[in-house]
Design a protein around this ligand. Structure first.
Ligand code: CP
Ligand code: NVA
Length: 307
């Protein structure tokens, strides 16, 4: 049995198999052909943080695959009152067929997975957001980006870490620009660079958004204040001055460069209103693709159960 906790746990071929399942199922869904790949299966969806896209896409996705989603907010289940993760896992995984978790530490997700009888999917942790990156890759392909040169401008956070792993695994170029003091986690950088050596990915880091964006064909960013960092908001807004993706910065990218944002977006902070609206088609296709990419992941995990 395989879990989907981080992109680093999969080979390039495995990730591409999930993408190609997603493409096939997206085509079927668009033709209103809802094949019951996960008939009568239940997906438990545990949320310790807020969500719009992750909740709606997983719940709709499992339903369209012939199953049902259970929304389990930590405010409502005993986990929120202190029932241990490992007990929650041993209970829920005896009743459902797959679990998606959005939580804080990656170690909490790993603990759940360790005790789980069914595949577990990372729906965002402080360290990674891998389902979003599979979605972003699917979206890049749809917009004709087959040889990505990606510029990530902003916070060295869960999104950036997942970009590092995606680039390292698939072997494309990634330039990361973060302000001083907001760089990516040093251990994750080390791991990604080690993987990149085998794939040939070129990954570079700087504190200069202009260097990152120059001639890139994909520009992306994320909020400067992630969930759980609300107390740091004021100091973060100061530290990220000059990191907005606006028309000036975007003009340095390749002429037909696309702009991606996992959302929610904070206009006039990490992205200008003008750039956001100019690239709304890409951004909202990306949002829709959560539905399709995650179907590919869920069906792949189901195909790789031991029993
Ligand atoms: N991008 C993303 O994960 O959105 P939500 O927080 O709304 O799920
Ligand atoms: N980095 C953001 C992503 C939101 C989808 C956060 O963790 O809040």
């Amino acid at each position: 049995m395989r879990h989907f906790l981080s992109l680093k746990d999969f080979t390039k071929d495995e990730l591409l198999e999930m993408i190609s399942l997603a493409q096939q199922i997206k085509k079927e869904t668009k033709a209103k052909e809802f094949k019951p790949y996960l008939e009568k299966q239940t997906l438990g969806m545990i949320f310790e943080k807020s969500s719009t896209r992750t909740r709606v896409s997983f719940e709709t996705g499992i339903y369209q695959l012939g199953g049902v989603g259970l929304f389990l907010s930590s405010n409502d289940i005993q986990l929120g009152r202190g029932e241990p993760m490992k007990d929650t896992s041993r209970v829920i995984s005896r009743m459902v067929d797959m679990v998606m978790i959005r939580t804080f530490e990656q170690s909490k997700l790993e603990e759940f997975a360790h005790y789980s009888k069914v595949p577990v999917i990372n729906g965002l942790t402080d360290a990674y957001h891998p389902v979003q990156l599979m979605t972003d890759y699917l979206t890049m392909l749809e917009f004709g980006i087959t040889n990505p040169v990606v510029a990530y401008v902003g916070d060295g956070n869960n999104m950036t870490h997942s970009w590092l792993m995606l680039s390292a695994k698939l072997g494309f170029e990634l330039r990361v620009a973060t302000p001083k003091g907001y760089e990516c986690d040093a251990n994750i950088i080390k791991e990604a660079l080690a993987i990149a050596k085998t794939s040939g990915a070129k990954i570079t880091f700087s504190n200069d958004p202009q260097i990152a964006v120059k001639d890139a064909n994909v520009v992306t960013t994320d909020t400067w204040v992630s969930m759980g960092q609300e107390d740091e908001k004021e100091e973060r807004l100061k530290a990220f001055e000059g990191y907005i993706v606006d028309e000036n910065l975007m003009s340095l990218a390749e002429k037909n460069a696309i702009f991606l944002h996992c959302l929610p977006a904070y206009r006039e902070y990490e992205v200008s209103e003008a750039i956001f609206e100019q690239h709304a088609d890409e951004i909202f296709t990306e949002a829709e693709n959560r539905l399709h990419a995650q179907k590919g992941i869920m069906v792949w995990l189901d195909q790789h159960r031991d029993n």
